[in-house]
Design a protein around this ligand. Structure first.
Ligand code: IN0
Length: 404
């Protein structure tokens, strides 16, 4: 659907979409002049549009550290993902990556498209890294070292058990949470969060990605590795790829629901982590991806489309999450609304129905007992072409008018 069609269907998204477009145009014009920082921020915008936007809310010192942390991790990921590199070459690179970030002249060519550019011009990232404060550098080095070792361990190992799944997600995402918590602490703006909560923040995001990306990953040529644990999918199919065939739809959706139910166990830790944050910019930076994750899980739950194409939150709703996440009330409101949507989709015949309901109700209870629940809501279900849309359009036009 085009932008116009999307707006006609959801006029309430218009204001946030216009604001988001203006913000993304603005940051494109604010690329730093020094070549290494210019390259780093341009790269960040290329590889991750919405992340590049939310990172802008952070103050300059922390923003630089997070930008470089993100690019170092993307580079590590590019090495891990490149199926053309033989394991005996790949493993030592992953294990020594934390040394290379200090070497201004190191580079290793791999990956494709934007990622190839990132790898070929990695010297810009190292140059920027070397300008960060020592405590930021130490945090990034420590996480890169542990993540590289973890990725190396899983190069020759499949994700069999739920324990393997949690361990793999810890290396590639939980450690990102630990690293970010260290960076926030190094900025002097936050207390150091407990590792287990930081880990859950990453696991919740990564498990959501793994669920959402089933079809893209299974269809990848050359074949990519799969991260759905055998311990879960073997209850529903004899081969993971069988789930994409129409004749296996019922089992596929049951398996999907099992995966979503597994991911939901991290939601309460995420709420606890977010509740403890003090700095508004850091809070928004952390809260927005988490709301997107629970929104995506709610959309994917019991939805056979996960096995047919891409299931993503619509652009307008993403824009509203970015625009409307300012306090813990907003987070509880979003978690409550998305978990209610998910609950409404539970089918009593699903083998995990009661566990899913139990987990959803625990999230709802956490939102209610906070006493901060904001029920303004995203009204995801209905199309609301109402008189207040006119007001929304007028306000949006006013913003465009002022931006000229
Ligand atoms: C992230 C996380 C991220 C942001 C904020 C707080 C976090 C706390 C703990 C762990 C991770 C946290 O956010 C990004 C979001 C992102 O990149 N979104 C994509 C959209 C998409 O669909 O992929 C975008 O294009 O904007 C994230 O997914 N990861 C990430 C990586 C590095 C850093 Cl520094 C922060 C990746 C991952 C694997 C989930 C940790």
């Amino acid at each position: 659907m085009g932008l116009l069609g999307a707006i006609v269907e959801h006029p309430e998204d218009l204001y946030a979409l216009v604001k988001l477009k203006m913000a993304s145009d603005r940051i494109k014009k604010q690329i730093p002049a020094e070549p290494h920082w210019g390259f780093s921020y341009t790269m960040l915008q290329k590889v991750s549009r919405s992340f590049a936007l939310v990172i802008q809310q952070l103050g300059p010192e922390l923003r630089n550290a997070v930008c470089i942390f993100y690019l170092v991790l993307r580079a590590l990921d590019t090495v891990e993902d490149d199926t053309s590199i033989p394991s005996d070459i790949k493993v030592p690179i992953l294990e020594s990556f934390h040394h290379h970030i200090y070497e201004r002249d190191w580079h290793f060519s791999c990956g494709a498209k934007d990622y190839k550019v990132l790898m070929d011009k990695f010297h810009y990232v190292s140059t920027a890294f070397l300008e960060l404060g020592a405590s930021y550098q130490e945090a990034i080095e420590d996480i890169t070292k542990r993540m590289g070792a973890g990725m190396a361990k899983f190069i020759c190992k499949e994700v069999e058990t739920i324990n393997d799944y949690d361990e793999y997600c810890h290396y590639v995402a939980g450690l990102v949470g630990l690293g970010l918590s260290k960076l926030f602490h190094a900025s002097g703006l936050e207390e150091l969060a407990p590792d287990s909560l930081s880990n859950s923040m990453g696991l919740f995001l990564q498990k959501t990605n793994i669920i959402r990306d089933y079809l893209e990953d299974i269809n990848e040529i050359p074949k990519s590795r799969m991260f759905w644990p055998r311990e879960i999918w073997s209850k529903y199919a004899s081969k993971l790829e069988d789930l994409k065939y129409e004749e296996n739809s019922t089992k596929a959706v049951q398996c999907l629901n099992d995966m979503v139910t597994n991911a939901l166990m991290h939601a309460e830790d995420c709420l606890q982590y977010l509740f403890a944050l003090k700095d508004l910019a850091i809070f928004q930076f952390c809260a927005i991806p988490q709301i997107m994750a629970i929104g995506t899980l709610a959309l994917c739950y019991n939805n056979v489309e996960v096995f047919r194409g891409v299931v993503k939150m619509r652009r307008g709703l993403t824009a509203r999450v970015i625009d409307q996440t300012r306090s813990m009330s907003d987070v509880y409101g979003a978690f409550f609304e998305f978990s209610s949507l998910l609950k409404s989709k539970i089918d009593d015949n699903d083998p995990n129905a009661s566990l899913t309901r139990h987990r959803v109700e625990a999230i709802q209870k956490a939102c209610i007992s906070s006493g901060l629940l904001n029920k303004r809501g995203y009204h995801m279900y209905e199309s609301r072409l109402q008189y207040n849309s006119v007001l929304v359009i007028m306000v949006a036009c006013k913003d465009i008018f002022y931006s000229i």
